[in-house]
Design a protein around this ligand. Structure first.
Ligand SMILES: C[S@@+](CC[C@H](N)C(=O)[O-])C[C@H]1O[C@@H](n2cnc3c(N)ncnc32)[C@H](O)[C@@H]1O
Length: 277
């Protein structure tokens, strides 16, 4: 396991993923009953953009840095930026970037719960430091896919599973073809959001077609690429396949993603996609 998210925190794919995450959480907040958020690949929770690692790649400059100070973003992006601002203790200096657990923590109500799994030992220990003694948050040093077997369905019966692997293993997508449908079978009414990188379009389309054929529930596929998709080795963009998408998620994304693409795409290349199936 060589992947460390600190090198990539706040990059354009993180921004896209976390804005979609906020949309999903906001839909869960519409009802008073408790929800459970399960993050299979949690990372360290909060990222210091002044760290040697983040400064080495400076990926956040083409991501969060580009939109953090925008005066008038659309509503969903405004809510996401409020969360980033809170991670920075309302300071105008952008030093900290909230990872998925910190973003969800920002919205968590007393009745809600989070279950986080992180396999990298140092990252797991750091994650525990990010959320010390929080009774609403369970943190496990465990393989996230094993966690799906252990924690589904949660007792709340409503909520969201985020699956955000580093794609270090060449067979990660192939394995997800059985892992995700099996997880959905365990919790048929849960919302599942799987993040994926956009590199080789043909292979990706084959994966999405096979996955959708195995899923018996409705899906929404959303993508944002900011470069022309002609370099199979390059990270041109990223996407998420959402199983059991909340009502009007597609419309919310259509209202917000064009603004995001306009703000993030350096040469106005790439595109956005929001597709309900
Ligand atoms: C892309 S990062 C997660 C970022 C985080 N979800 C966020 O949005 O802030 C992927 C994380 O998964 C961890 N990881 C890798 N393989 C794992 C596995 N099998 N189970 C759980 N965590 C894993 C890595 O150490 C890394 O911290």
């Amino acid at each position: 396991m060589n992947y460390r998210h600190l090198y990539h925190a706040g990059n354009f794919t993180d921004v896209f993923k976390h804005i979609v995450l906020v949309a999903l959480i906001q839909s869960l907040l519409k009802k008073d009953n408790a929800f459970c958020f399960i993050d299979t690949h949690a990372g360290i929770g909060l990222y210091d953009l002044f760290s040697t690692e983040a400064q080495k790649t400076k990926e956040f400059l083409l991501g969060i840095e580009k939109i953090a100070q925008h005066a008038n973003p659309p509503e969903l992006i405004k809510a996401y930026l409020a969360c980033v601002r809170t991670a920075n203790k309302s300071s105008d200096t952008l030093q900290f970037y909230p990872g998925s657990p910190a973003i969800v923590d920002y919205f968590l109500r007393p009745q809600d719960r989070m279950v986080l799994t992180e396999l990298h030992e140092a990252d797991y220990l750091q994650l525990k430091k990010t959320f010390p003694h929080d009774k609403q948050i369970a943190i496990h040093h465990q393989d996230g896919y094993q966690g799906l077997k252990a924690f589904l369905p949660p007792k709340e019966r409503r909520g969201l599973v985020l699956i955000d692997p580093p794609y270090e293993k060449p067979d990660e997508l192939e394995n997800l073809l059985s892992i995700l449908p099996a997880a959905v079978k365990r919790w048929e009414t849960g919302i599942f959001a799987l993040w994926y990188p956009i590199k080789e379009r043909l292979a990706l389309e084959r994966f999405l077609t096979s996955l959708k054929a195995k899923l018996t529930r409705p899906t929404c596929v959303t993508e944002l690429s900011i470069y022309a998709e002609n370099l199979p080795t390059h990270l041109n963009g990223s996407g998420m396949i959402i199983v059991n998408p909340p009502w009007q998620l597609d419309q919310t994304l259509k209202n917000n993603l064009p603004w995001l693409w306009e703000a993030l795409s350096p040469h106005k290349q790439g595109k956005i996609k929001v597709e309900l199936n």
